[in-house]
Ligand binder design. Structure first.
Ligand code: HEM
Length: 131
């Protein structure tokens, strides 16, 4: 029996994309605060950043697939990243439809899930695999 050294780059990708997603979601809340306070131009920035978020979340999802294979990590982050992508996609639709009563709690749920992703990925350590 021999032990295989785990690959470290897949978890580095998951960490990078979860942190970028978290920063974009925090920026969304800050920009929302800006235009609610009367700075109308912030809505355009909120719209652009919000439209880019599904792209970042897609890269996060791809990195969780790479963490599973070839990274030999857990499979469940793939499901969570698919859930997060759908929540963000619905959030964009709800934003353009101006359903603010749904948009704000869904934004808070997205923030919580993204924060949990960052917390988990920064604490995750790849284990040696026995072949
Ligand atoms: C989490 C990610 C978020 C995404 C992807 C997102 C996306 C969007 C989009 C695409 C719009 C439409 C912009 C337009 O009409 O040009 C919008 C509008 C809006 N968003 Fe967000 N948003 C997010 C988070 C938030 C948060 C956290 C808040 C508040 C705390 C917020 C408050 C609003 C408000 C007040 C509007 C304007 C609705 C209106 O025009 O009546 N959003 N959002």
């Amino acid at each position: 029996m021999s032990t295989i050294q785990p690959r470290r780059w897949p978890i580095a990708l998951v960490r990078a994309f979860s942190i970028i997603t978290l920063l974009q979601v925090l920026l969304q809340a800050a920009l929302a605060g800006g235009f609610i306070s009367g700075h109308v131009g912030y809505l355009t920035a909120h719209s652009v950043n919000g439209t880019l978020l599904p792209v970042t979340a897609m890269f996060l999802g791809l990195s969780t697939v790479l963490l599973f294979r070839p990274g030999r990590g857990p499979w469940w982050p793939i499901l969570l990243s698919v859930l997060l992508w759908w929540m963000i996609a619905i959030q964009v639709g709800v934003g353009f439809a101006r359903l603010v009563g749904l948009h704000i709690p869904l934004g808070a749920a997205i923030l919580a899930l993204t924060g949990a992703f960052v917390w988990w990925s920064c604490g995750y350590r790849p284990r040696r695999v026995t072949a």
